[in-house]
Design a protein around this ligand. Structure first.
Ligand SMILES: NC(=O)c1ccc[n+]([C@@H]2O[C@H](COP(=O)([O-])OP(=O)(O)OC[C@H]3O[C@@H](n4cnc5c(N)ncnc54)[C@H](OP(=O)(O)O)[C@@H]3O)[C@@H](O)[C@H]2O)c1
Length: 340
C-alpha cells in the first residue's frame, strides 16, 4: 500500500572530517534514486530533524559511545516523519513516526526499537518526540532524578539552562521544590529561564561574574550542579559546592566535542574531596527499561502546564550543518530543530 511513492532522495552526506572549519563545508547535498522497498521495510518522508551536540562528536575519527559517521554516508540523526510506503504492518502508511532517520528527505525504516523507527504515541505533537519526549527529556529526567537526587529546599544550578536538556532538568528540580538557578548566555535566554521556565534566578555567564552571582544567589553552596557545559563554568561550580554536593556530568559543550585532544583539566578537583562531593556521568539509554516512568513524569508535568519548552527552527536540509554549529555558539533557545 502506498500514498505517494517517492523515487528520489536528497541526502546530506559527510564529505570530510571537520578540523575547525564551518560544518557546512564538510557536507554535500546529494540526490539518489530510491531502490524499491524490500519485505519488512517502510519509507518515511522526513519532516523534522533533531540537532544535538553529540552529533558533532560522531564526525570525529574515533568512536565515542557510537561509531563515527563514515565519510560518504548520510549524516546520522534522529527525526520525525510520515510513512508514505510500507511493507511492515507495524508501520502503516500515514503513521507518524520518530527514530534515527538521518539527514535526508526519505528514510528507509527496517525495524523498531531504541535506534529504529517507532510510531508516535497518540496525543503527542510529533516533533516533541525529539525533545521533551525524546533524548532531552529522558536525559534531563534520569540525570536529575538518578544522579542528582534532589530534595525539596536544595539549591540546584543548571548550565545551558535555556537549552533543550537544561531547561527540562531545571524545571524538574523546580517542580520538586528546589531553589533553582540557571546559567545561560544572554539576557533574552535568562529572561526566558526566569519568566517562562520559572526558575528562581538565571546568571548570564556572558556578561555577569558567575562566581559573584553564585555567592549571592547560593550563599550556602550548590547542592546539585547539572552540567551540560564543562570548562570554566564547571570549575566555578566546584568552587561553590555545598558539602555532599552532587555534580551531574551530562555533557561538555564548551569542549566543542572536536575530537580526542585533551581539554583543559579540572584544576580544582580536590574541592570534591574537601566537600565530600560526588561527580558522576551517565548516558540516558542505560535507563531504557525505565523510559515509561520518565515519560509518565514528563507528560504529567507538561499536561499540568508545569513544563515550558521552546523550539528554534531552521528551514531545509541545507541548514542542518549550520544548525549543528549553532549549538556550540548558543544560537538556539530550547530545542534546535530543522524542518524539511
Ligand atoms: N548524558 C547523556 O545521555 C546526554 C544525552 C543528550 C545530551 N547530552 C548533553 O546535554 C547537553 C545539552 O544538550 P542539548 O541537546 O540540550 O543542547 P542545548 O543545551 O539545547 O544546546 C547547547 C547549548 O550549550 C550552550 N553552550 C554552547 N557553548 C557553550 C560554552 N562554551 N559555554 C557555556 N554554554 C555553552 C549554548 O547555550 P548558551 O547560549 O547558554 O551558551 C547552547 O544553546 C550537551 O552537553 C549534550 O552533550 C547528554
Amino acid at each position: 500500500m502506498s500514498a505517494d511513492v517517492p523515487t528520489r532522495n536528497r541526502r546530506c552526506v559527510l564529505m570530510k572530517r571537520p578540523q575547525g572549519e564551518s560544518l557546512a563545508s564538510c557536507f554535500d547535498i546529494q540526490e539518489e534514486q530510491l531502490s524499491p522497498l524490500q519485505p519488512g521495510e517502510a519509507r518515511v518522508r522526513v519532516e523534522w530533524l533533531s540537532i544535538d551536540p553529540t552529533q558533532r562528536g560522531w564526525l570525529n575519527p574515533g568512536a565515542n559511545y557510537r561509531a563515527p559517521v563514515e565519510i560518504g554516508a548520510v549524516m546520522r540523526g534522529a527525526g520525525v516523519g510520515t510513512i508514505v510506503e510500507s511493507n511492515d504492518v507495524a508501520l502503516p502508511v500515514g503513521a507518524q513516526v520518530y527514530g534515527e532517520l538521518g539527514w535526508q528527505s526519505y528514510a528507509t525504516a527496517s525495524g523498531q526499537g531504541l535506534f529504529g523507527v517507532n510510531v508516535v504515541p497518540d496525543g503527542i505533537e510529533p516533533r516533541h518526540m525529539l525533545s521533551i519526549f525524546g533524548t532531552n527529556g529522558l536525559t534531563a529526567y534520569f540525570g536529575m532524578m538518578e544522579i542528582g537526587r534532589p530534595s525539596p529546599g536544595e539549591t540546584v544550578v543548571v548550565s545551558a539552562a535555556a537549552g533543550a536538556t537544561g531547561s527540562i532538568a531545571s524545571q524538574i528540580a523546580r517542580s520538586l521544590g528546589c531553589h533553582t538557578i540557571g546559567i545561560a548566555g544572554g539576557q533574552e535566554k535568562c529572561d526566558w529561564v526566569r519568566e517562562a521556565a520559572g526558575l528562581d534566578a538565571c546568571i548570564d555567564y556572558r556578561s555577569d561574574s558567575v562566581t559573584e552571582q553564585l555567592r549571592n544567589l547560593a550563599p550556602d553552596g550548590i547542592d546539585i550542579y547539572f552540567d551540560n557545559v564543562g570548562g570554566e563554568l564547571l570549575e566555578t561550580a566546584i568552587d561553590n559546592l555545598a558539602d555532599h554536593g552532587r555534580i551531574v556530568l551530562c555533557g561538555a559543550v564548551a569542549t566543542g566535542y572536536e575530537g580526542d585532544l585533551p581539554t583543559a583539566g579540572i584544576r580544582n578537583y580536590m574541592q570534591l574531596g574537601l566537600r565530600r562531593a560526588r561527580m558522576e556521568g551517565f548516558v540516558f539509554f542505560d535507563y531504557l527499561n525505565r523510559f515509561p516512568e520518565a515519560l509518565a513524569h514528563l507528560s504529567g508535568m507538561f499536561g499540568r502546564g508545569e513544563l515550558a519548552i521552546a523550539d528554534t527552527i531552521a528551514e531545509g536540509l541545507e541548514a542542518a550543518p549550520g544548525a549543528l554549529d549553532g549549538l556550540f555558539a548558543g544560537a538556539n533557545l530550547g530545542k534546535q530543530l530543522v524542518r524539511l
